[in-house]
Design a protein around this ligand. Sequence first.
Ligand code: 3PG
Length: 377
Amino acid sequence: MLSNRLPLFNDSIHVSDKRVIVRVDFNVPAEQNKITDDYRILRTLPLLEQLRSRGARIMLLSHLTEKKEHRSFEPLMENFQQVCGFSIKFAPTPLAARQSKAPVTLLENLRAFPGEENKDPQFAKELALVGDLFINEAFSQSHRSNTSIVELPKLLPSYAGPLFYEEIRKLGEASSPEKPFLLILGGVKFATKIGVLEHFMEVADSIFIGGALANTFLVASGFSVGESPVEQDAVPHVRNAFIGKPNVMLPSDVRVEGNEVRSVSDIRTGDVIYDLGPVSSAALAEKLQEMRMILWNGPLGFVERGYNQATSELIDLLAHSKARVIIGGGDTLALIRKQGLEDSFYYLSTGGGAMLEFLAKGTLPGIDALLETRNSM
Ligand code: 3PG
């Protein structure tokens, strides 16, 4: 098993007075310098607490996704410290991190340095000088072949952190699932879902397609979706590979503006689909009762605009289902937390894109890098 081959960080590794680089995924949403979803940070705290209690000096590395303007960790530092419950020093450069004597230091957004995404060997050396050993606790970023993910394990003794390891073990279970097995895919971007769909086509007893992804499938089935976004380039492939397959379920009704319900055969020229309709939700609810394992990625509606009825109802149903339920993806996880149900599932993955790529390929660049590391301390 893959997880058994990973060098897992453990109690026998000497860390007292050592500088331990921990690659975390603190790529969290924030508004006006307030973190609006701290779930990923909370999931890394057990490792950070363990390192602190064992006398390590922690060097945190993370990226923050660039939107329009450059995003820095600096204005978020106060909030990070509140969430973590200990003080963290901000270091604007790798050199400043190297000179820091603080128990916990966080380097500036890695994407502020061109060398992170270019896999620049010089930048890798600068990062490696910050610590004595490396722990990857950023499963959700390990689908990116970035310097901090794939180059550091070549330069330092390197380990998988406990969260990283748990993600691989639990998602590995879903990869060859207990049957009957249901896959629910929503959200957008067919390109990020195709690998998972292909992997599970032969394996899943049922595959339910929702969210904006379903628009492309409905068009491929010959329905009109009005003004709803469609990935036209993907339509021929979807038609050939997935339409008419007995295990693929599509919505039979949807909600458009103002929450009006329409059958998929009655979508009008100006309509935009925002959510799944009640008949489709009921069909999905019935289907999931037969299942022993369920894997879900991507919301069923446009949740950022408040169209979360179908997604929230599904969360509620799955929370009370007897099946082993594994869920990933930021928007769905945020709703689960809002509903106070984060402890009601078999596993919640911190990965969005990383979860999908791992399920499709069975590995990630960050996993391969750890498998190739040669540890000697
Ligand atoms: C995520 O939020 O899924 C990860 O942090 C990856 O972020 P990225 O898509 O900007 O690499």
